[in-house]
Design a binder for this molecule. Structure first.
Ligand SMILES: [Ca+2]
Length: 344
């Protein structure tokens, strides 16, 4: 639990799930309404919990009609994949790579045209996840439960090791270590499903229970891990420290087999639609709320929105006592501070 600053006699106390106010001393000016809502922009978890104590001259009702919209991801474009057995996906700095279980090859794909420009043979019989370490492809093979490091020029094996689980699917590389989703047997019925952190030597560094019951794709954006699940048809933004869910959005198809990060956009390859999807996952979130006092709207009150390391935003409540912020950084805790005249 973190004790935050004292605001007009009230101290904000917050933990990871909620925040309340504790009245420190009765110094609140009767003509000024000060309310801080401590909110979390997490899809499905966004809420505000505010204990209002008022000033003894009327009951405060805040926030009322709270509407939180996170808009985690915006589909920028989509195109047909050049292959039919879409499984692995990664980005090499200029091109996408897709592994294809129909042909047993990996295809280098132009992101503008979505056409293959080059391909290499893959070892094993069930091509799955792909990742890129800056020089080499990493590749998960399902039937042999193997993870390979491959030369992208000809597909020759640089190194390989057995995967920690029985059916390795998604792969990602975070700059140091590999991340690997595993579905145990390739079907939803088999459990447990895990997400592993692995050294490039193959040493198992950490095991996490996977989000969903058919984990498939993985990508790393420099800060967060992105993970897809074919059972819930959901794409998750995860904290790599503990794999807690930071955000999520519905996958565009029912087989989001792998993910890739191109430095700006998140790509999804789907084996149901055989399409490639490009998402903007940095979409600003919107926060709206309304303020009342004794059942009447608080009009023309100054409203301030703060997020750590972001510029402070201000607006004013309208005739209905409502306010809206349209450019809030998604996935980041924020506070709304309302200052205004109390209705007599
Ligand atoms: Ca990947």
């Amino acid at each position: 639990m973190v004790r935050d600053e004292i605001i007009n006699g009230y101290s904000l106390v917050s933990d990871s799930n909620s925040c309340v106010f504790e009245q420190m001393e009765d110094k609140m000016k009767k003509s000024i309404l000060v309310v801080v809502a401590c909110l979390f922009l997490l899809s499905g978890l966004a809420f505000a919990e505010v204990d209002m104590m008022g000033n003894g001259e009327g009951a405060l009702a805040l926030p009322q009609g709270e509407i939180i919209e996170t808009n985690t991801a915006l589909l920028v474009s989509s195109c047909p994949s050049p292959v039919g057995g879409n499984d692995g996906l990664t980005w090499d700095g200029n091109y996408l790579w897709i592994s294809d279980y129909d042909t047993g090859r990996a295809y280098q794909v132009d992101p503008e045209t979505c056409l293959s420009v080059f391909s290499i043979p893959l070892p094993g019989t069930y091509p799955l996840g792909l990742a890129w370490d800056g020089s080499y492809l990493w590749y998960a093979e399902g039937n042999g439960a193997m993870i390979y490091q491959l030369d992208p020029s000809d597909g020759s094996v640089i190194s390989s090791f057995s995967s920690p689980g029985g059916f390795p699917t998604g792969l990602a590389y975070d700059g140091v270590d590999l991340w690997n989703d595993d579905t145990t047997c390739g079907a939803i019925e088999c459990t447990p499903d895990n997400t592993y952190r692995l050294a490039t030597s193959g040493a198992l560094l950490a095991t996490f229970a996977a989000k969903g019951t058919h984990p498939t794709g993985l990508a790393y954006d420099g800060v967060n891990l992105w993970h897809s699940d074919n059972a819930t048809d959901t794409i998750y933004k995860l904290n790599p420290a503990d794999l807690s869910i930071l955000d999520s959005f519905p996958s565009p198809g029912t087989y989001p087999n792998d993910l890739a990060w191109d430095g700006r956009y998140l790509w999804v390859v789907d084996n149901g639609t055989d399409m490639l999807y490009k998402y903007d996952v940095g979409v600003p979130a919107r926060v709206r709320g309304c303020v009342t006092f004794d059942g009447l709207p608080v009009v023309d009150a100054k409203v301030i929105l703060k997020q750590k390391d972001e510029a402070k935003q201000t607006t004013r409540t309208d005739a209905e006592g409502c306010y809206s912020f349209g450019n809030v950084v998604s996935g980041k805790k924020y506070r709304v501070i309302i200052r205004g005249p109390v209705v007599p």
